[in-house]
Design a protein around this ligand. Structure first.
Ligand SMILES: NC(=O)c1ccc[n+]([C@@H]2O[C@H](COP(=O)([O-])OP(=O)(O)OC[C@H]3O[C@@H](n4cnc5c(N)ncnc54)[C@H](O)[C@@H]3O)[C@@H](O)[C@H]2O)c1
Length: 330
């Protein structure tokens, strides 16, 4: 299938692109490269530098496409709190142009990268897809705003969309050739691995007074390749005429920040002193996915359930590429 992959030079998009090509699909990657990396994009894919809000670019790329995978977006929660306009513009207004262009060019299938942040602070875990959506930061609100637009386009224009609500994405391509390279990095596993690799003296954990077994936040980590596989299955479901819908994607098991740090120390053989700082505003105590719907309706199952194995893949990438993509060729 010919598929436009927005944000395909980013962490998840680049790995998904490679998996799509390996499965016989034909991705066209569209990315501004603002936060992505040219070297992350598989050389077999057509690559265009551009914005999802650029209608002229879309008029060139969409004809002949069977579907769009929309991963492009800004992803930093703290920045979204300081500058919500930037998030609503890039994560909602710009991709509205994409939706309109899709209708015009009769491309009526989309797989969208949504997030567990749309649930805010869930009242119960594991979180099912029917849990109330009450985001507590502008990042989550901007992703939910786009989900809402999608629903209206589904009703009015017969577009079919699968909204994948990811929990915490981690890991790397198993041989360590592709991985996470964000600046700034805000995700726990790459931050701790970087601190260990660089011999930092201490590492700050946000909050130790949550109502969780060891007082630190609990999160559900999904391997980036399991996510790539879910994208492929979603695309093929839509192509086969299947319905759209919302799917949580996580491993279904929670690990506290301290458990994750301990597992990183075991994998790397390095230690770093933990210091506890204040809680981060809007951090839910516990976020764990109920992923039964994805297992049932997408026939998806995570192949990397072991946290240690996820961290081993990430460590292979980080230890082999201390400067990220600026030091490598895919
Ligand atoms: N990483 C996670 O843990 C996580 C969790 C939940 C949801 N998500 C969602 O998954 C998607 C991908 O996340 P990621 O970690 O790969 O982020 P990333 O920053 O590595 O990738 C996003 C890519 O989108 C590009 N981009 C941003 N705005 C654009 C625009 N207007 N037009 C074209 N390209 C644009 C960036 O240059 C970047 O390459 C995001 O939409 C994010 O909201 C990620």
């Amino acid at each position: 299938m010919k598929v436009l992959v927005t944000g395909g030079a980013g962490f998840i998009g680049s790995i998904t692109t490679r998996m799509l090509i390996d499965a016989g699909h034909e991705p066209i990657v569209l990315d501004t490269l603002e936060n992505g990396h040219r070297d992350a994009v598989d050389r077999r894919a057509r690559f265009e530098i551009g914005n999802v809000g650029d209608r002229r670019m879309l008029d060139r790329l969409l004809p002949g496409c069977d579907a769009v995978m929309h991963l492009a977006g800004y992803i930093e929660v703290a920045e979204s709190q300081r500058d919500p306009g930037r998030y609503f513009h890039n994560n909602a207004s710009a991709p509205l142009v994409l939706l309109e262009a899709m209708v015009e060019h009769d491309v009526r299938a989309m797989v969208f990268s949504s997030t567990a942040a749309v649930y805010g602070v869930p009242a119960t875990v594991p979180v099912t897809e029917d849990a109330p959506t009450e985001p507590v930061n502008a990042y989550g609100a901007s992703k939910l705003a786009f989900e809402t637009m999608l629903e209206w386009f589904e009703r009015a224009h017969g577009l079919r969309a699968i909204r994948l609500r990811y929990f915490n994405v981690a890991g790397a391509w198993p041989d360590g050739a592709m991985g996470e390279d964000h600046e700034p990095e805000t995700h726990l596993i790459p931050r701790i691995l970087r601190a260990m690799a660089e011999g930092e003296t201490h590492f700050e954990v946000y909050g130790d007074d949550y109502h969780t077994p060891d007082g630190t936040c609990v999160r559900d980590y999904i391997h980036v390749c399991d996510l790539g596989e879910a994208h492929r299955l979603s695309l093929e479901r839509l192509h086969a005429g299947g319905e759209g819908g919302v799917f949580n994607l996580g491993n279904g098991e929670g690990f506290s920040n301290l458990e994750v740090i301990r597992a990183c120390a075991e994998v790397t053989g390095k230690n770093v002193e933990i210091v506890f700082g204040p809680r981060r505003e809007g951090d839910p105590p516990e976020l764990v996915a109920s992923h039964g719907r994805a297992r049932r309706d997408l026939a998806w199952a995570p192949a990397h359930e072991d946290l240690r194995a996820i961290i081993e893949d990430a460590w292979r990438w980080h230890s082999g590429h201390p400067g990220g993509y600026s030091f490598c060729q895919v």
